[in-house]
Ligand binder design. Structure first.
Ligand code: IDP
Ligand code: MG
Length: 157
């Protein structure tokens, strides 16, 4: 037994409008690459209202919901799909607590955010939610299966 049974796990990570405007896209990507995850989808887009309504449907009754939709519509987001062993759980740890004041230094929110309403990045919170969010934000044709092969660690001389 043993082995990496969840290597194929995928999650949706999105740099929110504040993160894009603050030029944090590269830093977010760098953290996921350094950790060893594999980028299988990425696009910059102005999020359609319908997508945001579906994405945050469980928060519809919250008092902050209108402000959340305004925030998420305030500029483009960079939506990404990352793949790897336990990527859902690990990326939540890398992103940090929803409330910026609770987010540990070293996490994305703990390094870049001071308020829950401008917390720079989204990460799916379970494998099931990740699957739903990935199909909401991406067509299957936009996801690329690729092999980490020879260029990840070898130089050709
Ligand atoms: P998560 O992004 O850490 O999964 P959720 O509870 O799913 O947190 O909330 C989704 C997003 O809604 C948060 O990332 C944040 O942008 C926003 N949000 C959550 N709670 C509050 C709040 O109390 N005030 C303002 N915005 C909030
Ligand atoms: Mg959430």
């Amino acid at each position: 037994m043993g082995g990496l049974t969840r290597t194929q796990e995928r999650t949706l990570i999105a740099v929110k409008p504040d993160g894009v405007q603050r030029r944090l896209v590269g830093d977010v990507i760098r953290r996921f690459e350094r950790r060893g995850f594999k980028l299988v989808g990425m696009k910059l887009l102005q999020a359609p209202e319908k997508v945001l309504a579906e994405h945050y449907h469980d928060l519809k009754k919250k008092p902050f919901y209108p402000n959340l939709i305004n925030y998420m519509s305030s500029g483009p987001v960079v939506a990404m799909v990352w793949e790897g062993y336990n990527v859902v759980r690990t990326s939540r740890a890398m992103v940090g607590d929803t409330d910026s004041a609770e987010a540990a230094p070293g996490t994305i929110r703990g390094d870049f955010s001071v308020h829950i309403s401008r917390n720079v990045v989204h990460a799916s919170d379970s494998v099931e939610v990740a699957q739903r969010e990935i199909s909401l934000w991406f067509h299957s044709s936009e996801l690329v299966d690729w092999d980490c092969g020879s260029h990840s660690s070898l130089y050709h001389v």
